[in-house]
Design a protein around this ligand. Structure first.
Ligand code: FES
Length: 251
């Protein structure tokens, strides 16, 4: 049975959680993350990504590890880990496929893409086809606005974009992932896997050159700026004597 995110804040049960899955290398990387911030607790978000890069989800051990390294309570770590959808409560597949089903994408075919992939994989939201973490295993989720409405309908694999999709294209993409292939995203770096993406989100780029070479822009996204430039349109400048609201007092 896969380990679920069954969280407890009781000291007795937390003490029994074994964090040895996080070895010396991971502990050294945790120290590097913490050193980026003036207050160690500020490092919690990338620390949770580091945990996911090791385990493929945020387990009770992962939460205890973060709490120990950041001098927080497990309850404080849990409050954050359960708030954000990017922190997974169940082990993820090799790849996380996120299909946008928000208004623009849904109207242009996002719902049909999600339905097609769900039927093919035999899973619903946050379900995994295959043994989590093994090659070709896929976790499916529907997501709310992936911030690429101009390229709708879109989906992401491990947070890399596949733009202007049809159900047929999305199905081919997922079948290729299941065969162990990694089709190139529409933009951005080459496709990694979920744990690799989580490592990057923790701030570790093992192949930085490759990561930054991919094009990050789409023509559609720049269309407005290009038109404005062609036509000489500029935003009105702020008058020198504009009245500004008072700055809030520093606490
Ligand atoms: S509605 Fe899908 S990216 Fe915004």
């Amino acid at each position: 049975m896969t380990e679920q995110f069954e969280f407890t804040t009781t000291e007795e049960r937390t003490d029994a959680v074994d964090t040895s899955v996080f070895g010396e290398d991971t502990r050294a990387e945790a120290k590097q993350i913490i050193a980026r911030y003036p207050e160690s607790r500020s490092a919690l978000l990338p620390m949770l990504h580091l945990v996911q890069s090791v385990q493929g989800h945020v387990s009770p051990a992962g939460m205890k590890f973060c709490a120990e390294e950041l001098a927080l309570s497990v309850a404080e770590v849990s409050a954050v880990a359960t708030f954000y959808t990017m922190y997974k409560r169940k082990p993820c597949g090799q790849h996380l496929v996120s299909v946008c089903t928000n208004t623009m994408c849904a109207a242009l075919g996002g719902d049909a893409i999600y339905r097609t992939l769900g039927e093919h994989l035999g899973v619903g939201h946050e379900g995994t086809a295959g043994e989590p973490g093994t090659e070709g295993s896929i976790t499916l989720e529907h997501a709310e606005c992936l911030a690429a409405c101009d390229l709708a309908p879109v989906l992401q694999v491990n947070y890399e974009y596949y733009d202007n999709q049809t159900p047929e294209q999305a199905l081919e993409l997922v079948k290729a992932l299941q065969r162990g292939e990694k089709p190139a995203p529409s933009r951005g770096p080459a496709l990694s896997d979920f744990r690799g993406a989580e490592r990057q989100l923790a701030g570790f780029f093992d192949d930085l050159d490759e990561t930054v070479t991919g094009s990050s822009q789409a023509t559609e996204t720049n269309r407005g700026a290009a038109l404005a430039q062609e036509r000489g349109w500029i935003a009105p400048s702020m008058p020198d004597d504009a009245e500004l609201p008072p700055l809030p007092e520093k606490k």
